[in-house]
Write a protein that binds this ligand. Sequence first.
Ligand code: EPU
Length: 444
Amino acid sequence: MDSFRIQGGRRLSGTIEVEGSKNASLPLMAAALLTDGELTLHKVPCLSDITNMTRLLRELGIEVDGECGTVKMRVVDPNRIHAQYDIVKTMRASICVLGPMLARRRRARVSMPGGCSFGERPIDLHLRGLEALGAKIELTEGDIIATAPNGLKGTTIFLGGPFGSTVLGTANVMSAAVLAEGTTVIECAACEPEIVDLARLLISMGARIEGVGGPRLVIRGVESLGSAQHTVIPDRIVAGTYAVAAAVTNGDVTIREFPYDCMLSVLDRFNEIGVHVELVAGHDDPMHATVRVTSERTLRPTVITTQPHPGFPTDLQAQFMTLVCLAGGNSIITEKIYPERFGHVAELSRMGAKIYRQGPTCVVSGGTPFKGAQVMASDLRASASLVLAGLAAEGVTEVSRIYHLDRGYTRMEEHLNMLGARIERVREGAVVAGEAPMVTAAAV
Ligand code: EPU
């Protein structure tokens, strides 16, 4: 299992480009199940989650050409309908094949995803939405079996749950409704930019969807969808993570392909904390901007509450916790999407952070510098927060179980090293990337 060894205290500077979005790419790839035509996606990131999705689509009878970058997909065997446990257990997002497969093949068998390291993560809303469209849903041997022998029928569906809308639930129900007979209204649809990107792709394949980007989607079903080409939006969570990397090292970093327009809640918090994210003149395309990130010497504490888009994203909560650990004073972070998503708290505390948690809220008493330590990543975004803390820390930090990070950031260590960081990827004791070997945390 790989780990990172990070020599902290190095100021980052230079230019970095944000890759295509993982969370947009996964449902976009699943849309290949909806057509007999060819689907071509550009800017698909090179990540283990994408490799797993490719494997899953191949098992479902899709020919996939290309692992990342430009990926072409076309159905070659429409009779394969079983998304098996061995892949689904590696990636919950596998559930996003359910809606497209049911709509096009009229039956689908998808292993029920389990919980994850930050909570239960049910899929009841996905299933309720598909049932409302007329599907029969059964659970057998841990698999969801969904059938609609006479096709799906448009209806009005409320997709809100106790934590607001559901992102992949909206992707599933919207992708199914585009081929349903008649009109479907989805109320309390997710407004996340990844859903907007999926809707845009479906429209370019021939779907009729109104209200894109808002909470009410009106979908008029069509008989079939055709071929399309589409470029994946830049990853707003990767963009935010690299901006935090600049801020925690008091750096000066230019970030290209920054999806500014869908990060306004994040920019608002950066501004309050004292991190400047300035648009570079002439490069202000709202979703593909270039920004320069610098920060004030003394950072200010803040209050952050995660919410569905356009609120502050849960996927940047851990990284901002690292940031406010360095701000003078008390910050309050409340997690309203996944109340248990705090795997990073104990590990940041090992590095000297002062964090007091009560249920879904953490009070971060900032201003104490991080000290290098051996820490363990528990999930993707928690890993990112530990790497960020390692960049800012005095001494050497070892972050183990970096496979979590590789699910969502393409070769993060290479990108950060290009900005002046010093991170080695250590595999079974062997140094495989980064700069010259360093002493281990244990020896410091
Ligand atoms: N929920 C339900 N019932 C459902 C579905 C969701 O109660 O049927 C609850 C969840 O438990 C959670 C909330 O609703 O409390 C929102 O969950 P959502 O369904 O929106 O999450 P998701 O679609 O499974 C995607 C991202 C996550 C991101 C969330 C929230 C992908 C592949 N995953 O998950 O990304 O945190 O939306 O924005 O798009 C990550 O990238 O690290 C990650 C976890």
